[in-house]
Design a protein around this ligand. Sequence first.
Ligand SMILES: [Zn+2]
Length: 267
Amino acid sequence: MLFAAFSAAASASEYSIQAILIANSPGDAVAGLVMGAPKDEKVDTVYALWLIRGGGRNILFDSGFHRERWFKLWTVKNYLRPEEAVRLAGVNPEQVTDVVISHAHWDHMGGIDLFPKAIVWIQKDEFLYYTGPAWQPTGDHGGIDPDDVQQLVRLNTEGRLRLVNGDNIELFPGIRAYTGARHTFASQYLRIDGHPPFVLASDSVYLYRNLAEHKPSATFTTADYPANLKAQERMVRLAGSPDRVIPGHDALQFQKFPTEGRVAKIK
Ligand SMILES: [Zn+2]
């Protein structure tokens, strides 16, 4: 009886969730984020990562970036390196146990070399595509850093990579990965079980506005827009409310939730 009570408590362990600001990106074109938005409208967005703590783990969802070539191609203001940003939430880089990568773009996968003890998790199809066909003449590697890909392969040979095989897979107790939004070849997003549950969308939903207006984020091809919208509806169902789906680049998450400096306490 005592044992049963103990195991029930253990399986119901609540995770905390924090959003951590890596940089600001003022004056982005909304039309690049919310498909069909007016051409000249601008919005201030953010680069972020998310820290999920509980059950003896410090899990990062996405890893930020640091490679210099991207600073010249994109607007990056108020930048802080990901391993320093994580310290602001009270976690040393060595204490990060796992890094779940939503997708292979430079601003999400670019920090996988900064957390020396972490196991890195990525969709198997994302790994296979961006380590192979993406770099062939008919491939698409827009937004992918070749050095990040080298690092991904290195992590695999070191036994520190886990390939997630498809949709609705439990990675940790109460944390599941989902696919289908197709921002890249095989993006994934997370549902964190709890009271209440949350969905971390990353770029499967750029802004709250995508959810409110039922407009797709950018996808791997324009043919994937319907799949993105379906995935957004599913995310709202999985979270139980659109207020608990956290978009990838929306600055509002640092206003909607209690925020100190660069760290917002989502839960
Ligand atoms: Zn992206």
